[in-house]
Design a protein around this ligand. Structure first.
Ligand code: IVH
Length: 715
C-alpha cells in the first residue's frame, strides 16, 4: 500500500466535454448554470466537481472556437459560475483562481508570470487549497462585526448570523485593529459527522459532503440547532477605517508575513497542520511540496481539493496584476476529484474471520482518483440508519489514495421516490445462527466458530505461521473431518488421523506434520497475528510483541497498558482486551502444545522488577529494555521494488519484520520522515520521490550488509 500520490498527481485532468454544435453548447450552458445556481442556493449540485469542470472546460473550448456565439448566460469568466447573489459590496473584488492540472502546466504558468513581470519571482507561497467556501470576515477595532460570502466577487451575502459558530474566527482579535480577513469556511470530518448526526436527529436529510455541509449551514438563518464549522484564513486586507499604518503594512508585506501576522491575531490558518504553507523558490522544491501535500491529503481531518501557489512578495503581485475573474499571481494546482456521485445498487453482508457481519455497498461503477470503484465500505447498521441510506439512492462516494472507498451520504434532493429501504439480515448470512446486535458492529453469535476455515487458513498463512502445504482446500478437509475446530488443533494432529484423509499419502502427511512442527517456533509477533485479534494486523502485531515480549504479558495487560503501544487508542485497546479474553482458551491450548510465546531479541521483563507493579509499568519496562540499539535505531525505512541477493526470498512482511528487528520502523510511503529507502529493481515513483526529498537510498545488497546481524532471524 502506498499513500503517496505521484500517480494521482500525474493523472491527466478528465477530458473537457466535447460540444459538437450550437445546440449542444446551449444545452451545456443551461446545465452548467443550473448546477451552479443549485450549488449556490443549497450547497448541493446535480453535478460533481469533475463533471462541472469538464462541462465548463467544454463550454470554454467551444467559445474559443466560436467567439461570435458566446451566450450572455455562459458561466465562463464569471466568479461562481455567475450564480451568486448578494448585496454587501466587497472593498476589493473577491476573485477566483485559474487552474493547472500537472507539473508541466504549472511550470508553463510560472514562466508566463515571470515573462509578464520581466524578472524571476522572488518567492512562491505553496499552500493547501481548502475545500470550503470563501468568506470575508470584517473586524472593527478588534471586534468581529460582519461575515460576507464571496457572492459574485463584487458583492456577497451577509452571513453574520454564523458568527460564533465558526471555530478559528475569534470574536476579538489580540489587537484592536480594523481589517478584513479572508479565508475558507469548511467542516472538518468530525464537524461533518456531528452536523449530520444533529441534522438527522432533527428530521433533516444528511449533507452529502463536508463542503455542502458548510455551504448549507453558513446560509441557513433559522435552524433549531447549531453546528460548528472551521475557518482557515488565507489573506488579509485593509478596510477604509484601518488607518494608514496598518494599510501600508498589509499592502507592503509579503503574503507569508501577512499570514504570520493574521495567525498572531488569533485567527486560525493552515499553519501548524501537515499541509502548512511554505515559502519556496525553486521549481523542484515547489513540486516536492505539492507532492507532500497530495500525499498528506487522505490523512487530513479536513478536505483540500488542490494546492495554491502564490507569488509571495507584494511587489511581484502588483507587477503581475489581476484579471476580472482571477489574479495573475496565483494559481490552483487541482488534485484529482476524490468524490463522485453514483448510485447505490445494493448492500452485501459478509461475515469476516472473527464473525463480524460487515455490510458493503455495491455501486454503479464510477471512476475516482484513477481507479474504478464498485464497492464501498458501510460502517454498521446503526450508521446506515442514521445516514438514511436507501437502495437506488444517488450517493457521494469518497476515495483518496489507497484508502478504501466510503459513502459519505445520499444526495437527498435527487431522490425520485423509487428508492427502497435496505433490508438488514435477521440471521447470520454465513451459518444461519442468531446475530448478536448488542454492539454497533453486528456479529454472528458463533463468533470465530462461524468462519473456522477462514480463521485457520489465515493463521496458517504466509505472514502468520507460514505452514507450507496447508492451503484452504486442506483446511476444509480437516474441518469437515472434524479434526480441527480452531488452529490450536493443528498442533495435536496425529499421523494416523491425517493418513485417513483423501489425497493424503505418507509423504504429504509427513511434510505437513513437519511444517506444523516448524510453525511451533515462529516468533510471538506471528503467533499473535495468527490469532486474528480484531483491530490488529501484521505491523500492529509486531509492535505489540516487541512492546510486551511475551504472550503472558500481553494477556495480562489492561486497556491502559495496551494504549502505550503506538497506534492503539482507547477504542482499540478495549477491543483487544475483550478479544484476548475470548481467545484465552485457544492461547492456553497453543501454549500447552509447545507453541513459542515470546519475541526473539526482546528481553522478558524481570519478575523481580515487575512484581507488584501495575501491568502498564511492567509493559513499559519490557519496551524500554527492548534489546540493544540496532543498526536502524530510530530510522523510518521504506522498501520498494524487487529484492535481490540475500534478501531475494523475503516477502514484504518479512522485510518489515527485519527492519523492526534491527530497531527501525517500517513504512509504506516516502515522506520527509523517511530516513532510508531500500530500492530494488523496478523501483518507480517511491524512488523518484526519495530523490526529490534527498532521502538516503540503498540497494538491497547495501541494506543486507547494514542489517547482516539480523538476517537469520528474519527467515
Ligand atoms: S487565494 C485572490 N488561497 O479557492 C486569490 N484561495 O477556486 C484568491 N481557496 O476563491 C484566493 N484555499 O475560496 C486562496 N489557500 C488559498 C485557498 C483559496 C481555498 C479558495 C478560495 C478561492 C477559490 C478559488
Amino acid at each position: 500500500m502506498t499513500t503517496t500520490s505521484p500517480a494521482a498527481l500525474a493523472a491527466p485532468a478528465a477530458p473537457a466535454a466535447t460540444l459538437a454544435d450550437a445546440a449542444a453548447y446551449a444545452a451545456a450552458v443551461k446545465t452548467a448554470t443550473r448546477a451552479a445556481a443549485e450549488y449556490y442556493a443549497t450547497g448541493e449540485s446535480t453535478l460533481d466537481d469533475d463533471a462541472y469542470d469538464r462541462l465548463a472546460r467544454g463550454i470554454a473550448a467551444y467559445e474559443q472556437e466560436h467567439p461570435d456565439e458566446v451566450s450572455p448566460a455562459s458561466p465562463t469568466g464569471k466568479v461562481a459560475g455567475g450564480a451568486a447573489v448578494g448585496d454587501v459590496p466587497h472593498t476589493r473584488p473577491m476573485l477566483s483562481l485559474d487552474n493547472v492540472f500537472s507539473a508541466e502546466q504549472l511550470a508553463a504558468w510560472t514562466a508566463s508570470v515571470e515573462r509578464r513581470i520581466g524578472r524571476t519571482v522572488e518567492a512562491w507561497s505553496v499552500e493547501p487549497k481548502l475545500d470550503g467556501l470563501a468568506i470575508a470576515a470584517r473586524y472593527e477595532g478588534g471586534h468581529l462585526t460582519r461575515l460576507v460570502t464571496r457572492g459574485d466577487g463584487t458583492a456577497g451575502e451577509d452571513v453574520s448570523h454564523a458568527m460564533g459558530t465558526v471555530v478559528g474566527l475569534p470574536q476579538r482579535l489580540s489587537e484592536d485593529i480594523t481589517l478584513e480577513i479572508r479565508g475558507e469556511v469548511l467542516m472538518t470530518d468530525e464537524q461533518f459527522e456531528r452536523a449530520n448526526a444533529v441534522r438527522t436527529e432533527h428530521g433533516g436529510a444528511p449533507f452529502a459532503n463536508p463542503r455542502n455541509g458548510a455551504a448549507g449551514t453558513l446560509r441557513a438563518k433559522e435552524r433549531a440547532y447549531t453546528v460548528e464549522m472551521t475557518f482557515f484564513g488565507y489573506g488579509a486586507l485593509a478596510l477604509p477605517a484601518s488607518g494608514a499604518e496598518l494599510a501600508a503594512r498589509l499592502g507592503d508585506w509579503p503574503h507569508s508575513r501577512v499570514m504570520e501576522y493574521v495567525g498572531g491575531l488569533g485567527v486560525h490558518t493552515a499553519d501548524g497542520t501537515a499541509v502548512a504553507p511554505r515559502t519556496l523558490t525553486t521549481a523542484d522544491d515547489i513540486q516536492a511540496r505539492i507532492e507532500e501535500i497530495a500525499a498528506a491529503r487522505p490523512g487530513l481531518p479536513f478536505g483540500i481539493d488542490g494546492i495554491v501557489i502564490k507569488a509571495d512578495s507584494a511587489v511581484d503581485q502588483a507587477a503581475a496584476g489581476s484579471g476580472s475573474r482571477a489574479p495573475r499571481w496565483a494559481i490552483a494546482y487541482k488534485l484529482p476529484a476524490v468524490e463522485k456521485v453514483t448510485t447505490l445498487l445494493g448492500v452485501e453482508w459478509n461475515v469476516g474471520r472473527t464473525g463480524i457481519i460487515a455490510p458493503r455497498a455495491v455501486l454503479e461503477p464510477v471512476e475516482i482518483d484513477g481507479s474504478t470503484v464498485t464497492y464501498a465500505t458501510l460502517h454498521n447498521p446503526a450508521d446506515m440508519t442514521r445516514r438514511d441510506l436507501r437502495i437506488g439512492d444517488r450517493v457521494t462516494v469518497y476515495k483518496a489514495g489507497d484508502i478504501i472507498p466510503r459513502i459519505e451520504a445520499p444526495v437527498a434532493h435527487l431522490r425520485t421516490g423509487d428508492e427502497q429501504p435496505i433490508t438488514f439480515p435477521e440471521v447470520c448470512p454465513q451459518c444461519g445462527s442468531d446475530i448478536d446486535v448488542s454492539e454497533q458492529r453486528w456479529r454472528c453469535v458463533r463468533g470465530r466458530n462461524c468462519r473456522v476455515v477462514a480463521s485457520v487458513s489465515y493463521a496458517a498463512g504466509r505472514d502468520q505461521l507460514d505452514i507450507e502445504g496447508l492451503g484452504v482446500t486442506r483446511v476444509v478437509q480437516l474441518v469437515d473431518a472434524g479434526l480441527v475446530d480452531d488452529f490450536a488443533d493443528l498442533f495435536t494432529l496425529r499421523r494416523e488421523q491425517l493418513l485417513q484423509l483423501d489425497r493424503m499419502g505418507e509423504t504429504s502427511t509427513d511434510n505437513l506434520l513437519a511444517a506444523i512442527d516448524t510453525a511451533r517456533s515462529r516468533p510471538l509477533s506471528r503467533v499473535f497475528c495468527a490469532l486474528g485479534v480484531r483491530g490488529t494486523g501484521r505491523s500492529m502485531s509486531r509492535r505489540i510483541a516487541r512492546h510486551f515480549a511475551t504472550m503472558e504479558h500481553i494477556c495480562a495487560a489492561d486497556a491502559d497498558a495496551l494504549q502505550q503501544v503506538e497506534g492503539i487508542g482507547v477504542e482499540k485497546a478495549r477491543t483487544v482486551v475483550a478479544e484476548l479474553a475470548e481467545l484465552a482458551g485457544l492461547i492456553d491450548r497453543l501454549t500447552a502444545a509447545g507453541v513459542n510465546m515470546s519475541e526473539p531479541g526482546v528481553p522478558v521483563p524481570d519478575a523481580r522488577t515487575t512484581e507488584g507493579m501495575g501491568s502498564d509499568t511492567a509493559a513499559a519496562s519490557a519496551a524500554e529494555t527492548g534489546g540493544d540499539a540496532g543498526p536502524l535505531d530510530g530510522m523510518t525505512v521504506v522498501v520498494t521494488g524487487a529484492m535481490t541477493g540475500p534478501l531475494e526470498k523475503l516477502s514484504r512482511n518479512q522485510m518489515n519484520e527485519l527492519i523492526e528487528r534491527a530497531g527501525g520502523k517500517s513504512s509504506s510511503s516516502v515522506s520527509k520522515r523517511t530516513a532510508l529507502l531500500v530500492a530494488g529493481e523496478g523501483a518507480g515513483s517511491k524512488r523518484d520521490k526519495a530523490e526529490q526529498l534527498g532521502t538516503r537510498i540503498a540497494t538491497p545488497d547495501e541494506f543486507a550488509a547494514m542489517v547482516s546481524g539480523f538476517l537469520d532471524t528474519a527467515l
